[in-house]
Design a binder for this molecule. Structure first.
Ligand code: BEZ
Length: 251
């Protein structure tokens, strides 16, 4: 796993089937962005394009980027102007009225570099509105994976690919870049999912990509067993322990 770049190890079909809640739960971020007619907006980590389309319905013009070619293809199918691109290699200079990002920046370990690129991409007084995993996000899931890695020497080290900052850490990163932070908040958001097995299928390929197929199957089974005690109940089913950080900042 490259620690300075976000992963693009997605399975688009499984993502569509088991992770469509990601954009469904992104609407409050669209509301916070409050796009205006004719605004030019960069959708950073556009995923399958669902939210970018919402921005266009509200009258904005969207340029969508994502590291996953599969996701970019889906965004194009939905009619968006979309490109494969990393958050740490954005080439734009003072082009956008706003940069919008939902559920992606936790994949970017080099948050400072991403924020620098976002800042450069914005026009003066442009806004950055984003939500992603905040401090404590998927703590139980992360600990369960770490626990299983620790019982299997042959798996090697558990390399956590995520960046889940506190309000203080992310505010500092934004302010050091020159942003004025209007709003920043950590929001616990327990999220019902269909089955943790499907969640693991979609999201942890980067962490276990070096294991054999058999080891991957065993890993997922064992993580599921550990988590059954922690995030599953008969009444509520599987509930992932998501925590969001939501931010609105101005150049
Ligand atoms: C998230 O949206 O918080 C998330 C999703 C998959 C893996 C890690 C975090």
């Amino acid at each position: 796993m490259n620690n300075t770049k976000e992963t693009n190890d997605w399975n688009a079909k499984k993502y569509n089937k088991h992770a469509d809640f990601v954009s469904a739960l992104g609407m409050p971020v669209v509301d916070l962005l409050n796009p205006q007619e004719q605004e030019y907006i960069l959708d950073l980590g556009c995923g399958d394009g669902t939210l970018g389309v919402e921005l266009e319905k509200l009258g904005a013009k969207v340029l969508a980027v994502d590291l996953s070619a599969d996701m970019v293809a889906k965004s194009k199918e939905k009619g968006l102007d979309a490109y494969v691109m990393s958050a740490t290699e954005l080439p734009y200079k003072e082009e956008f009225d706003a940069v919008f990002s939902n559920a992606v920046l936790h994949w970017v370990k080099d948050a400072r570099l991403a924020v620098e690129h976002v800042y450069d991409a914005l026009k003066n007084e442009g806004r950055f509105v984003a939500e992603f995993g905040g401090h404590g996000n998927i703590e139980q899931i992360r600990l369960a994976m770490k626990e299983v890695f620790e019982t299997k020497e042959e798996y090697g080290a558990f390399n956590d690919p995520w960046f889940f900052p506190s309000e203080e850490t992310y505010r500092n990163i934004l302010e050091e870049q020159g942003f004025e932070v209007k709003y920043i908040e950590i929001i616990p958001r327990p999220t019902p999912i269909d089955d943790i097995a499907n969640w693991l299928d979609v999201f942890v390929n980067g962490i276990i990509g070096h294991l054999t197929n058999e080891q991957q199957i065993t890993f997922k089974k064992e993580v599921r067993e550990v988590l059954k005690e922690k995030i599953y109940s008969q009444e509520e089913g599987w509930v992932a322990d998501y925590v969001r950080i939501r931010v609105e900042a101005y150049k």
